[in-house]
Unconditional design. Structure first.
Ligand SMILES: Nc1ncnc2c1ncn2[C@@H]1O[C@H](COP(=O)(O)OP(=O)(O)O)[C@@H](O)[C@H]1O
Ligand SMILES: Nc1ncnc2c1ncn2[C@@H]1O[C@H](COP(=O)(O)OP(=O)(O)O)[C@@H](O)[C@H]1O
Ligand SMILES: Nc1ncnc2c1ncn2[C@@H]1O[C@H](COP(=O)(O)OP(=O)(O)O)[C@@H](O)[C@H]1O
Lengths: 476, 112, 476, 476, 112, 112
């Protein structure tokens, strides 16, 4: 997904060679017809995007579910697993019903820069014979492949939120929240950041793009739309719902760090689908996004462990995996834009900042963000979003940006300015914090006053597994 | 000496421990048990098969103390573990004939 | 895998463009030589099929093993894991030894519509220089890629059966059963449903196909061969073996729903290899199969949770994941043939039907299908198989069928009749129930009377982990 | 990765057809320029290599971590998970910092046959516009894709070692060891076995290759570099560190065979990335490597279970999964070179040999290789390495070897001699045992005398989770 | 009052509970224990290393009842838990000095 | 008869069992417990949140023996479980009124 201008020299070279091998057309075709698009699909791209979609699903289930579930007390284990599993399921249905249309169309809507229309509601006008643009001229994906890849992002984002108020939310209210939040917050955010006309069409319709895309904000794989968005919603939610009974007096150690480690590992593995898949093709830039994701995560895991070593003498597994997730979050907006060495720096930087929030500021401010959704996803997302403006710079070995306002799109190294870009990035971050923060607060508030967000104290004390779902996680 | 054995609700453990420390009790032994009693457990349903157990997770505390302290231990435990709800549990007091500290071999009340 | 005629417009378009880009031949070649086939392999297809095979293996181990294992009592956990692990291993060996030949050849056999011959026994005549047909004219896979993809189906199918009589079967007898059952039931079923000459050859040999394929039964990824087949064998097995000691008086709650949830999630993720991989190519139809699999599963998970909500007020995680599996089963035969919206309907419908069997009919009839193999896989498979006749209809947005009796194969929307097709589907279902039900019963019966199917009561009460395998699952 | 000459007929045929479809050049180009290489990248290959890299990461985390972790006592569970997780992270950073340069360059180094130079230190001169050779003429990968694929091998190899002295190593000392060992042992080994100029360049620079590659040693996916190397290092380490407190008197049963089974299954699934990914392309030979990996593993799992059945009457899950891993290890060097049927024989043979070491010789010699790294990885690796010389023979259906000293590289069946090749294989095995054994011993010794390798007896008895990491794995 | 402590085979728990309910026993406390005794456990073998433990999973039941009921509790337990096989377990009876219901503070037999 | 109840360090279980077997003790019951006492547990830290529990894993052994043997059981246990370090544990001795072997119904010392 992406941005007003993007990608790198390698992509250009590769595209050139592809044209060479494809005698059916002489040069790139401006605004190809659907029939022509059908000939512009590469099976390698399709294979990569489908496996990427499967990987992103694996991030949510079982990845995120276990990462979160291991951290709660055993009496709430199933409730976390259930919340993630059902959010995934509900979000999938909402996505094909109206989400995709709101996010990825721009016709028949009063505010085409803010949110799409209903032309593709219930996947009307989408079939195995329609196509979606990639970031390269004259390279297309079958549209349903794009729909399902994007669907997995709409599944995981609301699932991220639940960590902030785990162990104390009413299940039915949560599901209602998710449907409303996707509709009012996520789909518009996705539209504003990711929607554009595509490289073969933009030159002729230079304003057909989402608001933040139009600003030139860079977000390779979803730092704003996914992590800052979910992180701030989580914070707002945990403030409105209130602290867990017994917090912080009663000790609430993680019930199974083994599950948390499995979850973190699967998040790491699946994140390649998220970040490298976001290139929409299987080319050299995909490789860039892949290796950047790998090394930033390595660096952040090491960095967190080092902070713990210095702070209290023992590096912990929970620290290492938390650092890895922070690194994954931070590299997300920059994945295909930076270089491996600057990604490592980014990884090293993000962990101490998140650590500060998680281990110190949270305690001081006294909010009960059970699983540190704000401290890791929102803060990590902000660090990554801003750093993207720096690491994308060709002067630092970054991939720079493509100029899509000309046809065919061309590489535009000269015009890159770190300071201008960082300002744009900060603007995008602030916009997301306000839009999602305020919007989410309103949604939480209304649901709290109507359905009620919180189970009874007794139900909470007994554990949500039994009180909400009538099950017990373990019967050894 | 007496063995005070209390069956309490799990989330009351911390309160009881604090109450006993306040009395000067230096040690105790805790185990996870399951209780049957008036308090009924939640009905569990797995693919339509219902299990109406009346088995509820409880914590068993065992404290050995000298005879004089025993009534105050019982009282303190009763107050700290009380939530007023069914299933708060029981306290039983048994006689202990002898106590030995393994490390030193000390016996009797000095072993506690 | 598939059917007398298949696929959609997009496939046609894509094929056309491929030809355009491949100057080595002028148009499609009828009955290409092996040398020509070597030039008709796309690396994107190979990548997709190999990763699909890996995904299907992951469905079995650890997916299915954990899904089942979490549901038994902890004293039988390892026995379930061991059964699945060893069935996978044994089936792999049987498949290359004689299974592939019996399933996917039609020469030198007295009943070429029922079962293959021995021409490829021990993979004779199969090498890195032989090729297997796909569903598109002039598109081939290296034959070993096809062999190993199909192998993973022969691994998981018998593994599905063990859930029906988990916690009470003799390990050695089970392994003998699996070898015999694969040989006498599974390979013939696979042959009857999936064997055909291939699109470049069928026009010249219109009868060179398996029996059910010849009937025109539609089964995109294995509803009959895998799920109905395994489901009915499981039912027969659990009837012959008898109930668990203590059933239904003694409570036998799942020992770890966490494992069950991990298993279900990996089944979901892996099922994309199963369903979308069954297209044998990486194109727009693969995308159709992928998204249909996704949304049908979402719908079925939601549907099961809703049924529980209405029935006893609490949606359970076990319900949600069971629903997801039911949805995966039901969409299997229809995956590449329906449309996302009809797939959602299918998902919503299958869960209440399976719920009825699992939560009510089983109890009333009193059989002890420990892990609901019949209720979920057989019933879900039947619902899916019949519904396939409906959702495949182009009138409902389905992909319709290809006419492979002409060369090159052409799309044939006009002739599709839902009622005719549904009748054919029912015929195929009944055939499978009878063939596999009777055949499996005979095999179980003979093994019971010779080796014996059941361990002693003491061994069962102590738990199969210790009594059969000399191990303990957990030593915390 | 590979060897002085390699690959098979199918590769030839496929290459030919690729040229046919690529009108941009007339025949293979000797020593193409970087610009030409850009046109020699196939998106299917890129997709396959990226997913392979993700699979190999999954082998380490969570795969290997769980496989090992399940086998220790619960008080040391997190320490094992942490060791693997941090080794992966540290190795990733070391790899891009200097590892890749030492392993895969041959310029500006005094001993180009032993170790590379520093020309690509910190990935200097590596970008999205540079390319890496495959085993086929005129087929290239984006270099960063190759870098990250190879990175995952450098991550898992040192992680394998920790099993030999699990439950009793100081964390900080281990991390220091890993950095030094990678630098002094692994990178040179990788260079000696895998480095070569590439098929388009070798004819002109016939000596530009690593030492063992020059000998003609065959190692398709890393039997020497990964398994023998790690296995012997583990043995040396466990001898220097000494036995666990209480070993062998105190019983130390695995704390969760469920975790071990999950780990083994994910190792199996991920190993396709390791073995089939090592072909660097997505073609028929990749299929060969894939199916050989599958069936050798099946055979070895069955074989180990049978040995246990005969030896003490009960086949165990731990036995089956250990056999599977032994099979995976043994097939690694032979994966793309043998045929399915000979791979099965190899799988059947390796298990009894490893069993002998694990269940008998270890006890007799009295060393405490906690998780049998030597018995499974080193012994299994040796069996596989030697057997590779046999199964690769075209006379046995093997893929034979390619002659890369001519351009374009040609298939050379006639010259294959099993006895010559086996001697070469044995030479390579002995070299690896001595090089890695002596080198690792020196490193362990120096670290032991300086930092100290072992925690205090009290810390060991309390468990490393609490004493080294301040955490507890389970709080049910 | 007496504390009747029974060590039984796990699958006998339900039978014992029913038998005691029939006597009017309203509560009991149950824990998972391991027993050493005449009954030997299965030999476990992990990669050839044998562990011949004689440790067998058992269930410990603790019931406090008044003195009169105690013999009948013992008898009922003995009958319900009896399978005739080695390892069926033991019943021990101890004196209890005092009992308190935490919720209400009631003491003595009314606390049971 | 006496009930000897010992709280020991987990890794001492084997030594104690051997010592008791040497005395002719044929059976015992073992459970996993957690101990509070002088010995403090490790501080656990999860994402900066410190839990300084003084809860340490211990093993509880319960042996019923006849009165004469009791002192020797206590002594043997004390010696076998002694590591000289804080937290080695305690031994308590209680009176047992009655013992029954479930399998046979035997009572008293022959039931042990
Ligand atoms: N007679 C008994 N003997 C031993 N334990 C008992 C007895 N009665 C109750 N208990 C324990 O006390 C717990 C609480 O008892 P219950 O009857 O549920 O509530 P309450 O304490 O309010 O009367 C039970 O779960 C059980 O563990
Ligand atoms: N002296 C004893 N003290 C405490 N518990 C005992 C004693 N002897 C036996 N037990 C418990 O009783 C269980 C059954 O004893 P065992 O000797 O195996 O069979 P049986 O009850 O048939 O004599 C043991 O597993 C142990 O838990
Ligand atoms: N008064 C007591 N009642 C019951 N158990 C006790 C008591 N005091 C100590 N214990 C048990 O004995 C264990 C060891 O006691 P501790 O004070 O740590 O060391 P020591 O045995 O060296 O004095 C504790 O962990 C606890 O389980």
């Amino acid at each position: 997904m992406t941005v007003s201008k993007k990608l790198c020299g390698a992509a250009g070279a590769m595209a050139a060679s592809l044209f060479a091998a494809a005698p059916a057309w002489a040069g790139p075709i401006k605004a190809p017809t659907v029939e022509q698009m059908a000939g512009m699909v590469d099976k390698g791209d399709v294979a990569w995007m489908l496996i990427s979609a499967a990987l992103v699903l694996m991030m949510s289930i079982p990845g995120l579910a276990l990462f979160y579930g291991g951290l709660v007390r055993s009496k709430n284990m199933l409730s976390v697993l259930m919340q993630v599993f059902m959010i995934v399921s509900v979000a999938g249905l909402v996505w094909v019903s109206w989400g995709y249309s709101l996010a990825f169309t721009s016709t028949n809507t009063p505010f085409p820069a803010i949110v799409g229309g209903l032309d593709k509601i219930f996947l009307a006008n989408v079939s195995s014979s329609t196509f979606a643009a990639t970031f390269s001229n004259n390279i297309y994906l079958p549209e349903l492949v794009f729909v399902v890849f994007q669907m997995t992002f709409a599944m995981i984002t609301p699932a991220l939120i639940v960590g902030a108020f785990a162990e104390r939310v009413k299940f039915s209210a949560l599901i209602v929240f998710v449907v409303v939040w996707l509709t009012l917050i996520y789909f518009p955010m996705a539209h504003m950041v990711w929607y554009w006309a595509g490289p073969d069409f933009l030159a002729d319709a230079p304003t057909d793009a989402g608001l933040l895309w139009g600003w030139g904000a860079l977000d390779f794989a979803g730092g704003t739309v996914v992590h800052i968005n979910a992180g701030i919603a989580g914070l707002v939610g945990c403030l409105i719902i209130g602290k867990r009974v017994g917090y912080p007096k009663e000790p609430m150690p993680p019930h199974s760090l083994v599950m948390t480690m499995i979850g973190a590992s699967l998040l790491w593995v699946g994140w390649f689908g998220f970040n490298a898949g976001s290139n929409l093709e299987s080319n050299a830039v995909t490789g860039v996004a892949f290796i950047n994701t790998m090394v930033a995560t390595c660096a952040a895991a090491v960095s967190w462990a080092l902070v713990e070593q210095f702070h209290h003498g023992k590096p912990s597994l929970l620290g290492a995996v938390t650092g890895a997730v922070a690194g994954l979050v931070a590299i997300t907006p920059a994945a295909g834009l930076g270089a491996p060495m600057t990604s490592i720096v980014l990884g090293f930087v993000v962990s101490p900042i998140c650590y500060l929030f998680v281990a110190s500021i949270k305690g001081k401010l006294g909010y009960d963000d059970s699983l540190d959704v704000f401290g890791v996803h929102c803060i990590g997302g902000i660090v990554g979003a801003i750093a993207t403006g720096i690491v994308a710079s060709p002067a630092l070995g970054g991939q720079g940006v493509f100029d899509y306002t000309v046809f065919p799109a061309g590489f535009d190294a000269a015009s890159y300015s770190i300071s201008t870009q960082v300002v744009t990035q900060i603007k995008a971050v602030l916009f997301t914090l306000v839009f999602s923060g305020v919007g989410s607060a309103i949604i939480f508030f209304v649901i709290d006053k109507t359905i009620g967000l919180r189970p009874s104290v007794d139900a909470e004390q007994e554990g949500l597994d039994l009180s909400s779902h009538g099950e017990r996680a373990y019967n050894y | 000496m007496k063995l005070v054995m209390a069956i309490i609700k799990p989330f009351k453990l911390d309160d009881v421990r604090e109450a006993l420390s306040a009395l000067g009790i230096a040690g105790m032994t805790v185990s996870e048990v399951k209780g049957f009693g008036r308090q009924k457990g939640q009905t569990e349903i797995y693919r339509g098969a219902e299990y109406s157990t009346n088995m509820v997770p409880k914590i068993k505390i065992e404290v050995v103390c000298d005879d004089d302290l025993a009534p105050r231990v019982v009282e303190a435990t009763q107050q700290a573990a009380n939530s007023g709800a069914i299933g708060d549990g029981k306290i039983f007091v048994l006689d202990v004939g002898q106590a030995v500290r393994i490390r030193t071999g000390e016996t009797g009340e000095t072993a506690l």
